[in-house]
Design a protein. Structure first.
Lengths: 204, 164
C-alpha cells in the first residue's frame, strides 16, 4: 500500500469510528452516515461473495438491518469496518445457503481470446483494448466462476476492486498470509486451466 | 533461480509485493526461460483482464434503501421491555389457566356420580357445581385481560427515529 493510500485508509477509518460512536448512542443521523461511509466496502464484499449484483443489494440491506438492531454490541468503534464486514459475510452466507440450491449457468469450456492474449503476452506487452474486449471479459469471468468460493472472492477483491492485502484480510477476517496464499492458488488454478485449454487446442 | 522458485514468486510479483532482489532475479530467469515466460503469461493475462473490468460502484439509492430498511425493521421488532411484558403476560395466563384446571379437577364432580343415591352429598355436589365458574368463563376472563395489557404496552415509548 502506498503512503498516500495508507493515509486515505487511516482517515476513512477515523471517520467511520466517529460516526460509529454516534450510531451506537442511538443517533439515527450517525447511523445514516455510517451506512454512507461504509457502503462501498460492504457492497464490494457482498457482491464478491454472492457473485450477483441483485443478490448483493439484498445482502447489503440485510447487513445494515442487522447492524442497526445490534448496534449496542459494537464495543470498539475503531473496529466498525471489521464488525460490519463480519455481519455482511454472515448475511451473504445465509443468502448463499438458499441460493446454492438454484442451478448455476453452464460453463463454456473454450477461451480463444484469452489464449490469443497469452500467446501475445509471451512476446511483449498486452494491448489494453484487447484486455477490455467483451469476449475476453466473458471468458475470464467464466474461468473465475469455476474457482472455489474462497479463492474467487479474494481474487476479485484484489484484481477487480483493487483492495490491498490488508483491506482484504480485514474484510474477510483472515490473516494477510492467508490472503497471499489464496491469491497464489487462485492464479495458479487459472493458469492451469489456460494451459490445459492450450494443450487441447493444439491436439489434432 | 530455479523454475519452481520463480513460479512461487509470480503472485507477489504481479501485486508488486516481491522485493527488489526477488524481482530482479525473476526478471533475469524469465528472460532466459521460455517455459517460465509462457507460464508467467498465463498468470498475467487473467490478472490484467480482471483489472480491466473495473469495480462497479454501489447502485444509486442503495444507501438510503439500506438505512430506511434498518429503521423500519427496528420499529417493527419488539424492544426488550416489550418482549419481557409479552412473555410475562403469557406465563401468567398459562399459570392461571393451569390453576383453574387443577381446581376444577379437584373439586368438580360430574353429574351422575352420586345422582343414583339421591343423597344429600349428591345434592351438595350439584350445588357446588352450580356455583363453580365454568372453564369457558375462566378462559374468557383471562383473554379479556389481554387487551388491557396490550394497551399498556402500546403506551410504552418506542425507539424513535429522527425524520421517520
Amino acid at each position: 500500500m502506498t503512503r498516500e493510500a495508507l493515509r486515505t485508509a487511516n482517515q476513512e477509518s477515523e471517520d467511520l469510528a466517529a460516526v460509529a460512536v454516534r450510531a451506537r448512542a442511538g443517533e439515527a443521523e450517525g447511523f445514516r452516515e455510517l451506512v454512507a461511509l461504509s457502503l462501498p466496502r460492504i457492497y464490494r464484499l457482498a457482491r464478491r461473495i454472492v457473485a450477483d449484483s441483485d443478490e448483493a443489494d439484498d445482502v447489503v440491506q440485510e447487513t445494515y438491518i442487522r447492524a442497526w438492531a445490534r448496534i449496542g454490541e459494537l464495543r470498539d468503534p475503531t473496529a466498525a469496518a471489521a464488525w460490519l464486514s463480519r455481519i455482511a459475510r454472515n448475511a451473504a452466507r445465509d443468502r448463499l445457503r438458499w441460493w446454492k440450491r438454484r442451478p448455476r449457468a453452464a460453463f463454456d469450456e473454450t477461451s480463444p481470446a484469452l489464449l490469443d492474449l497469452v500467446a501475445q503476452g509471451q512476446r511483449g506487452p498486452l494491448p489494453d483494448e484487447a484486455l477490455a474486449s467483451a469476449q475476453v471479459r466473458a471468458e475470464v469471468a467464466a474461468h473465475v466462476a469455476a474457482l472455489p468460493d474462497k479463492h474467487r472472492v479474494v481474487l476479485l477483491l484484489r484484481e477487480v476492486d483493487g483492495m490491498s492485502y490488508e483491506e482484504i484480510a480485514e474484510a474477510l477476517g483472515i490473516a494477510i498470509g492467508t490472503v497471499e496464499s489464496r491469491l497464489h492458488r487462485a492464479r495458479a488454478a487459472l493458469a492451469r486451466r489456460l494451459a490445459r485449454l492450450a494443450r487441447e487446442e493444439t491436439r489434432p | 533461480m530455479s523454475c519452481r522458485e520463480s513460479q512461487r514468486l509470480f503472485s507477489r510479483y504481479l501485486d508488486e509485493r516481491a522485493s527488489e532482489r526477488e524481482r530482479a532475479a525473476l526478471d533475469a530467469h524469465v528472460a532466459g526461460c521460455a517455459r517460465c515466460r509462457a507460464e508467467l503469461a498465463r498468470w498475467l493475462v487473467p490478472s490484467r483482464a480482471l483489472r480491466a473490468l473495473g469495480a462497479a460502484p454501489p447502485p444509486d439509492g442503495l444507501a438510503e434503501n439500506s438505512w430506511r430498511a434498518a429503521f423500519a425493521a427496528a420499529s417493527r421488532a419488539p424492544s426488550f421491555e416489550e418482549g419481557f411484558v409479552w412473555a410475562a403476560r403469557r406465563i401468567a395466563a398459562a399459570g392461571a389457566l393451569t390453576a383453574a384446571l387443577v381446581w376444577i379437577g379437584l373439586f368438580w364432580r360430574g353429574p351422575g356420580l352420586d345422582s343414583d343415591s339421591g343423597s344429600s352429598a349428591g345434592d351438595a355436589a350439584l350445588a357446588e357445581l352450580a356455583s363453580a365458574p365454568d372453564v369457558t368463563e375462566v378462559a374468557m376472563s383471562l383473554w379479556a385481560a389481554e387487551p388491557a395489557a396490550e394497551a399498556a404496552s402500546e403506551a410504552m415509548p418506542e425507539r424513535t427515529v429522527d425524520g421517520e
